[in-house]
Design a binder for this molecule. Sequence first.
Ligand SMILES: Cc1cc2nc3c(=O)[nH]c(=O)nc-3n(C[C@H](O)[C@H](O)[C@H](O)COP(=O)(O)OP(=O)(O)OC[C@H]3O[C@@H](n4cnc5c(N)ncnc54)[C@H](O)[C@@H]3O)c2cc1C
Length: 396
Amino acid sequence: MVQKYDVVVVGAGPAGSMAAMKAAEGGAHTLILEKQRLPRFKLCGGNVANWVVLKLNIPQNVLDRKYTSITFCTPPKYEKQNFPVPGAYWGVYRDRFDYHLAKMAVGAGAELKEGVHVNDVIVEGRSVKGVVTSEGEKIFADVVIACDGAYSRIAKKCGFWDRWFKERGETWLDNMGFCMGVEMEMDNDTIEERFGDSYVIFTGKDIAPLGYGWIFPKDGMLSVGVGSAAGMMNRKPSEYLEYFMRHPAAAQFLEGGEVMLRRGAFVPYRRFFTPSYSTGILVAGDAAGMVSPVTGEGIFFAVRAGMDAGITAAEAVQSKDFSAAFLSKYEERWMNSIGHNLGFQAQVFEETIGKILKMEDKLVQEEQYEKGVIEAFLKYIAYVAEYSTKKSKKTT
Ligand SMILES: Cc1cc2nc3c(=O)[nH]c(=O)nc-3n(C[C@H](O)[C@H](O)[C@H](O)COP(=O)(O)OP(=O)(O)OC[C@H]3O[C@@H](n4cnc5c(N)ncnc54)[C@H](O)[C@@H]3O)c2cc1C
């Protein structure tokens, strides 16, 4: 029997679930295909912007901890410097958070199939017409939405990687950061005493050359990790993590914690990728590089772009128009919703970290890098503060 949906979404992360929710709300017969079984673990700081929590009405039992400030631990003495974070952020565990979003999509009428690995796309002429699973099953769709994360097989198969990377003389890896992290158990009294309302970012060439380390406290757990530009790592990622966790700057927060789980993951930290649409296909979230080049934040951007993709797909179904021209509305939408924020951060990144990454002298580069990271973070915090003030003035 031929399986045919209006919209097939690949991946049930924040982008995929929000795309499916909006497509289903717009009346499209929608299927989400997720290769893992939910709830699934995802290596992540789990630091989510308040906008997402308010907009999606995320219940308290999905939220672990509220952050209203950020602590930098910086060389040479690794003294703690505390800065307020405007608008507040929430610490979440991605298994619970992502599962909640997937259930929202199902609640809106989308069908979810778990444990289904999408391996290929069905292309007729220049149009994407559906997907093929690892079992060889063909599923047809008028619009496919690729939300399959940093290593997007769908974007690659549809030829986006050639346009985004090859034509610019780049590779996929050039645009990736690689992170190693652990989840560490710790009692809540110790967490409260050591972190209060803050999460901690570490810089320093010995801790995280060309990257940074982090500790996000949660309920009875800490998410701890370190990440760097993937193509520029000159040690094994696990060695960076071991070193970071043993360093006195981090150890003062981690002492007594017990490592429960250790993982590695890519994050597309460099820039967003356009075009994000073609005939019969939209690409959202990490698959399209929609991550802050400064902080590595991606959940907010995935949620917003996912929504924009779902709305556009549902409109395409209504209009029976799946052309690239029609689907370009998606890019207009997300440029409007998150393009300014991502664009600003890309600019800050280039003026600070990007400039340093291009330096020939490796010693100067490592020296400058730690200052560059903090400068970039602070510029971004100032941007968020200005944005929040403007928004609250508008609503009063
Ligand atoms: C170490 C680390 C820390 C981070 N910390 C933060 C943070 O604190 N705050 C923040 O906002 N962002 C953070 N990010 C970024 C954030 O995790 C991503 O931006 C976000 O998850 C993007 O959502 P997504 O839906 O696009 O992709 P994902 O969340 O990666 O979801 C993709 C989904 O697609 C599924 N999938 C993949 N391939 C297939 C396939 N072929 N067939 C079927 N299913 C498939 C996957 O199983 C997965 O469920 C971090 C990233 C890393 C690596």
